[in-house]
Design a protein around this ligand. Structure first.
Ligand SMILES: NC(=O)C1=CN([C@@H]2O[C@H](COP(=O)(O)OP(=O)(O)OC[C@H]3O[C@@H](n4cnc5c(N)ncnc54)[C@H](OP(=O)(O)O)[C@@H]3O)[C@@H](O)[C@H]2O)C=CC1
Ligand SMILES: CC(=O)[C@@H](O)[C@H](O)COP(=O)(O)O
Ligand SMILES: [Mn+2]
Length: 382
């Protein structure tokens, strides 16, 4: 079998390193052509020594010299502006986009324009520019396969089904570390508490998003674009065990669910092997050990970010990009202990109310609105 040639954008992160674990298990199936990181040049250099890619890029130029001196036999590049070029390298079959935030958008777009198979972890790409990405997808031979666990579950439930038969998607949410907190307790939340996700070990930004449930809001927007469904047909439900990764209810009342331990290697390998499956050596569910699978409604009052995200997609245009940029700034400032936890939804709400652009959507104005919103959000914080 011909090896799948991979470019992993964000190879030093949580998803990137797990993708490399999969490549390590399957040296006969994957060849690593390109790796990128932002600042962690030491880990990137180790990855280069192990996987020997033809290209390596460090987006933070400060670390170019360190990286260049640490590796040989690989083309070393620096600067975030070159990420889309890595995503469209002619020798690459599959782009695994595990960058975090808006920084991943242009690479997704470019990978699709150049006809790649795109295994997409970077949900923010679809949040900010879903309309542009889906328009490019229909024009090219590219494939867009979600890595996000819920969307992978949806895709797996939809194999062999007709899209017309979907009544609704049930997107599950763990509820994060503050599921049982009162609104008063939420006022005192610390960074350490918010980074302590009950089920998943992930990068810092998505872990904070899970705690505010903005993650679920972003994922509803992601599902809206991936499966071409109105937001009203995507219902979030709290499932604290994170065993059911999502469900589809069909027009005859039947529902399908995809289950498994909370382990991102499963959706990652599914995206890489789709439409086939590759074996994966990872822990299995023990079905003899009884475990309760429970469900609760989402408390939209305690987690206002979910509604803000749903409203932003209903508003359309640039609103989701404003939501995303304000959230990225608020999360970063919270992680730096510069604002309180409860300020995160406030900053997003105020940005959405004040930044409006009615122009038709394109990449350049998307970049401008992202920049403008970031600057506005920092101003509110001041
Ligand atoms: N982790 C998970 O389990 C899941 C993650 N996702 C999504 O996948 C994406 C990646 O998440 P995760 O792996 O947790 O994130 P991490 O923070 O762990 O990793 C992010 C990666 O992107 C690089 N990076 C960070 N900032 C920039 C930037 N400005 N420009 C270019 N590269 C950058 C980092 O480099 P460096 O290490 O040098 O900083 C790192 O390689 C996110 O969109 C997230 O929402 C979705 C579902 C599950
Ligand atoms: C693993 C994954 O896909 C994350 O997006 C996960 O869903 C986060 O958990 P929450 O359900 O708490 O947002
Ligand atoms: Mn998810």
């Amino acid at each position: 079998m011909k090896k799948q040639k991979l470019a992993i954008l964000g190879s030093t992160g949580s998803i990137g390193t797990q993708t490399l674990e999969i490549a390590r298990q399957h040296p006969d199936k994957f060849e690593i052509v390109a790796l990128t990181a932002h600042s962690n040049w030491e880990l990137l250099a180790e990855q280069v020594h192990e996987f020997n890619p033809a290209y390596v890029l460090i987006s933070n130029e400060e670390y170019y010299t360190n990286l260049k001196q640490a590796v040989s036999g690989t083309k070393v590049m620096s600067g975030a502006e070159h990420l889309p070029a890595i995503a469209s390298l002619p020798e690459v079959d599959t782009v695994l986009n595990s960058l975090v935030g808006f920084a991943g958008f242009e690479s997704t777009l470019e990978a699709i324009r150049s006809g790649k198979k795109v295994a997409l972890a970077n949900k923010e790409s679809l949040v900010v520019g879903g309309e542009l990405i889906m328009a490019e997808l229909v024009k090219s031979e590219a494939q867009l396969i979600p890595v996000d666990s819920e969307h992978s579950a949806m895709l797996q439930c939809l194999v062999g089904e007709s899209m017309d038969d979907i009544e609704k998607i049930i997107i599950t949410a763990s509820g994060g570390p503050f599921r049982e907190f009162s609104k008063e307790q939420m006022q005192q939340v610390t960074v350490e508490q918010a980074l302590d996700h009950p089920n998943w070990n992930m990068g810092a930004k998505i872990t904070i998003d899970s705690s505010t449930m903005m993650n679920k809001g972003l994922e509803i927007i992601e599902a809206h674009w991936l499966f071409d469904l109105p937001v009203e047909k995507i219902q979030p439900v709290i499932h604290p065990q994170s065993i059911i990764h999502s469900m589809i209810t069909f027009i005859d009342g039947s529902s399908k669910a995809q289950l498994g331990l909370p382990d991102m290697k499963v959706p990652i390998i599914y995206a890489l092997s789709y439409p086939d499956r590759f074996p994966l050596d990872t822990p299995r569910m023990n079905w003899n050990e009884a475990q309760n699978l429970t469900f609760e409604p989402v408390d939209f009052d305690k987690f206002p970010c979910v509604r803000l995200a749903m409203d932003s997609i209903s508003k359309g245009g640039y609103a989701p990009a404003v939501l995303n940029a304000a959230n990225e700034v608020a999360v970063e400032r919270f992680l730096n202990k510069e604002i309180g936890y409860i300020h995160i939804p406030e900053i997003v709400k105020e940005s959405l109310a004040n930044i409006v652009l009615n122009d038709s959507l394109n990449t350049e104005t998307l970049k401008e609105i992202d920049k403008e919103t970031r600057s506005y959000a920092h101003t509110i914080i001041k």
